[in-house]
Design a protein around this ligand. Structure first.
Ligand code: PNW
Length: 473
């Protein structure tokens, strides 16, 4: 494998996986069909003031009915793989007990259609749609929820393991724990720093138990992974105090998860940093052994870096890119201030910084040299619109993806073992607390009609995926 050609052309390794990603609540709609019950996101979205414009996932992109058309679009884009998530409240509506066959049938048909078209299905067990009944029983701050996840994983593997061979346990447990239970900008909207730390541990435990449930049922050749949203944390200045701020946020955002999952221990500095809040007695003997399971790859989601400094005492948490809340998603880190990184931003206000992805991949491959990496999400929201002739031109998205793919390629050239790239997202969709106001899709969705229009970036990405070559700028 070698670097760019003289004209800037970059040839990706043979077998590099080109994909795109979605998540159940963001695209499916049909929230009351075939036995599905409400998830915490249904409840949250229906609570006034939580989601922009009062948007909900009730219809979303109507993928539950348009899945065949959507798989045809993927084939048109030349995708080698499709990352989607299973809706727990479709498969096991109360979060307990036997599987709902009609819910499973949807994913069976979807997987079969993907395989027919030569697209590898990559299934995520949990992309944030916890059955509401499990939240009513305490949610992720309760240990029992981890056990429920493993039972659900077993049902999913029993029903789908003959056709889905690549699995991810959790999507971004940091968001589930710290945005869901800390700052409250995600469902279930709780704001308790200790609950957030407990939730983080039980998500880790659920991951480990789910990996074991999957391995017990899947063929030995199956791939099992987890997806984390790494924060690439940079210091504002070269001061020791700013380096200390980086260390704290890196512990809470990244090592909270990679520690137990990949090395079998919580970082000592993390436990010390949060000692005024908790004695961590929710971690029981044997938990770390359950969590520390071999993984076939590590899923990396990256959008933008995080810029921090030592706080001046004002306790600012509103510019960390995670939405506005009076409550911090960073328990015990009141000594840290967050800053808007310099440079261009996307419609999310997130700084465009491909070098951050390069540096992150180099660091992960240095820290975990035996674990292959897959970019399970990268992409950008822009204010896309269909012009009078029905075209959606999105040059800024092409530039964003081009820059980040060049960073991935450079990381591979410099020794990182990166096996694939999944563009977030296939379709414009329900962007959580932002509702439908942020468009991340390669394919534009006209919400009133559900009509899909591949954007210019979709055609551009299709050519990269087809050829395995990133053209020079
Ligand atoms: C990820 N933040 O979410 C999710 O996995 C996707 O479902 C989502 O649509 C995508 O990124 C774009 O946002 C995130 O506050 C949500 O930093 C929030 C943050 C990061 C990722």
């Amino acid at each position: 494998h070698s670097g760019p050609g003289p004209d800037g052309t970059r040839v990706f390794p043979e077998g590099f996986l080109w994909g795109s990603a979605t998540a159940s609540y963001q695209i499916e709609g049909a929230v009351a069909e075939d036995g599905r019950t409400p998830s915490i996101w249904d409840t949250y979205a229906r609570t006034p003031g939580r989601v922009r414009n009062g948007d909900t996932g009730d219809i979303a992109t109507d993928h539950y009915h348009r899945w065949r058309e959507d798989v045809a679009l993927m084939a048109e884009l030349g995708l080698g793989a499709y990352r989607f998530s299973l809706a727990w409240p479709r498969i096991q509506p109360t979060g307990r007990g036997p599987a709902a066959q009609r819910g499973l049938d949807f994913y069976r048909r979807l997987a079969d259609e993907l395989l027919d078209r030569g697209i590898q299905p990559v299934a995520t067990l949990y992309h944030w749609d916890l059955p509401q009944e499990l939240e009513d029983a305490g949610g992720w701050p309760e240990r029992a929820t981890a056990e429920r996840l493993a039972e659900y994983a077993a049902l999913a593997a029993d029903a789908l393991g003959d056709r889905v061979t690549t699995w991810t346990t959790l999507n971004e447990p940091w968001c589930s724990a710290f945005l869901g239970y800390g700052s409250g900008v995600h469902a279930p909207g709780r704001t308790d720093p200790v609950a957030a730390l407990r939730a983080g541990h039980h998500l880790n435990l659920g991951h480990g138990l789910a990996v074991q449930a999957l391995r017990d049922r899947l063929p030995a050749t199956a791939q099992v992974s987890v997806t984390l949203n790494f924060h690439h944390v940079r210091p504002l200045t070269g001061s020791d105090a700013d380096a200390e701020a980086v260390r704290r946020i890196d512990a809470l955002a990244n090592r909270f998860f990679t520690g137990p999952m990949l090395t079998g221990a919580y970082p000592e500095d993390l436990i010390k940093d949060t000692a005024a809040l908790t004695d961590w007695s929710f971690v029981r003997d044997g938990d770390l052994g359950q969590i520390h399971q071999p993984l076939d790859f590590l899923g990396v989601n990256y959008y933008s870096p995080t810029l921090v400094s030592a706080a001046d005492g004002s306790g600012v948490h509103t510019s960390d890119g995670h939405g506005n809340s009076d409550h911090s998603p960073w328990p015990g880190a009141d000594t840290v201030a967050f800053h808007q990184p310099p440079g261009d931003t996307t419609a999310m206000g997130w700084a465009v910084d491909p070098a951050g992805l390069y540096e992150l991949l180099r660091r992960l491959s240095a820290d975990f040299p035996d674990t292959p990496l897959v970019i399970t999400e990268n992409g950008a929201a822009f204010d896309d619109y269909a012009d009078p002739s029905g075209n959606v031109n999105d040059p800024a998205r092409i530039a964003y993806v081009r820059g980040h793919l060049a960073a991935v390629h450079q990381a591979i050239t410099d020794g990182a073992d990166v096996r694939g790239y999944f563009l977030w997202s296939l379709l414009d969709n329900f962007e959580w607390a932002h509702g439908y106001s942020k468009r991340f899709g390669a394919v534009y969705v006209d919400y009133p009609t559900g009509t899909r229009i591949p954007k210019a970036s979709a055609r551009w990405y299709a050519e990269v995926a087809r050829s395995g070559v990133l053209p020079g700028a």
